[in-house]
Design a protein around this ligand. Structure first.
Ligand SMILES: Cc1cc2nc3c(=O)[nH]c(=O)nc-3n(C[C@H](O)[C@H](O)[C@H](O)COP(=O)(O)OP(=O)(O)OC[C@H]3O[C@@H](n4cnc5c(N)ncnc54)[C@H](O)[C@@H]3O)c2cc1C
Length: 391
């Protein structure tokens, strides 16, 4: 395809990806007076595969970002308890207040949440390009100087900047492009897990509760979202998904439905739209990028098991840490890097360790059953565990 340069734009900070990490960072930086550009592949609002459990701590970030009222009035459910059901139907509850900040979590679709954040970014002066994909980087030595971005009509735009942010989620598009540019081999990783999600027309889950079901080779979460719909999202080992030919309806009927509680709440699943599916090739911190002026936030920086319902919180938190580091040292990428990485490690490394342990229990029903029985004996242990997932 012939490349038409329809605009060459000098931006100081260029963010790729308009999920919670990218949008929140853009809002913070624009409010700090930085010239900020955000490039997003999709046209919002768009559905996104997620448990849509917006943990209580995120509400503080919404407040700082200026979107709290809109989020609270968008019709989502206020979740005061998450209940974990083992295969036989026994359960333990974790109060949302145990996470340490706020009385409730919000169950709101990612279509709505991400859209409200992106609209706020536009409102505070961020230049937002939707339906525009980052497809290449231009480097000078060990620094990126501009991005190539392709719009939906096929034209290519060069977007120059001084600081670049990878907020493209687990895909880490920008980091991988920078790696390739600098001839570093990018490892191909086989997916370990497959995630599925659909909004359902009906489900029998009480208001104010998020329910988590353990089943063979996976677990899933169900809660109400806006517009009288229910979000059901589950994760399963890729090998087990393959044995069902990837058919989510069949998996729900034959495997998820073996969980006694899920059989009642899900009944005959009637998705409002086709199932969304993603593959997941691991958790934890990602390899840092070779470019000196490229920083990663949200899932691009590290991916935490969805079991803890804290991925979005980490996206907001990492963006807040990076915004502070940029505000303090905007003229020195090296100082931004050392400040950000130091704060990042202190904030998140323990959280990843706790979540690693929890993950080992989540995929084996017999272990999940033992843990549910043990935890049902002690409220204070459950409380401490909930806090530990937040570091
Ligand atoms: C199965 C599952 C369930 C989950 N459930 C929960 C939950 O209940 N609660 C919770 O807190 N977290 C949950 N998470 C984690 C949560 O979804 C992520 O942590 C969060 O979305 C990270 O935000 P982000 O902004 O870093 O990335 P994303 O939300 O992935 O946003 C990245 C954005 O980048 C855009 N993009 C990608 N490529 C390009 C490109 N080339 N050019 C331009 N733009 C691009 C994408 O379109 C997207 O909008 C779950 C994750 C999974 C996989």
């Amino acid at each position: 395809m012939a490349r038409s340069q329809i605009a060459n734009r000098k931006s100081k900070i260029v963010i790729s990806g308009g999920g919670p990490a990218g949008s929140s960072l853009a809002i913070r930086l624009a409010k700090l007076g930085f010239e900020t550009t955000l490039i997003e592949r999709e046209q919002f609002p768009r559905a996104k595969l997620c448990g849509e459990f917006i943990s209580p701590e995120c509400l503080e970030h919404f407040d700082e970002l200026g979107v709290l009222e809109e989020m609270l009035s968008a019709g989502g459910d206020q979740i005061t308890e998450t209940r974990f059901f083992e295969l036989g139907g026994r359960s333990v509850g974790v109060a949302s207040s145990w996470f340490g900040r706020g009385e409730f979590a919000l169950s709101l679709s990612r279509a709505t949440m991400d859209h409200l954040l992106l609209e706020r970014a536009k409102q505070v002066g961020v230049s937002v390009y939707e339906e525009t994909s980052v497809t290449g980087v231009e480097s000078d030595g060990d620094q990126i100087i501009s991005l190539h971005a392709r719009t939906s009509d096929g034209s290519v735009r060069d977007i120059a900047g001084e600081i670049f942010i990878d907020a493209t989620g687990r895909a880490r598009v920008l980091a991988k492009l920078a790696d390739r540019k600098l001839d570093t081999a990018a490892a191909h990783v086989k997916p370990d897990l497959i995630g599925f999600k659909a909004h359902l027309e009906t489900a029998d889950v009480p208001k104010g509760v998020c329910e988590i079901y353990s089943f063979q080779n996976g677990y899933g979460g169900l809660s109400r979202v806006e517009d009288d719909r229910f979000n059901f999202c589950f994760l399963m080992k890729a090998s087990a998904v393959r044995s069902f030919g990837g058919d989510a309806d069949e998996i729900v009927r034959d495997i998820v439905g073996k969980n006694k509680r899920a059989a009642v709440t899900l009944g005959d699943v009637a998705p409002h739209h086709d199932w969304l599916a993603v593959s997941i090739d691991g958790f934890g911190a990602r390899r840092s990028s070779p470019a000196r002026n490229l920083f990663a936030v949200g899932d691009s920086a590290s991916f935490i098991d969805p079991f803890t319902g804290s991925g979005m919180f980490m996206a907001f938190q990492s963006s807040a840490l990076l915004a502070n580091a940029i505000a303090a040292y905007s003229d020195s990428p090296d100082r931004i890097a050392s400040e950000y990485l130091d704060r990042y490690g202190k904030t998140f490394s323990n959280r990843h360790r706790v979540c690693w342990v929890l993950r080992q229990t989540a995929f084996v029903p017999v272990v999940a059953t033992t843990i549910v029985s043990a935890l049902s004996l002690s409220t204070s242990v459950r409380q401490r565990l909930a806090r530990a997932t937040r570091g």
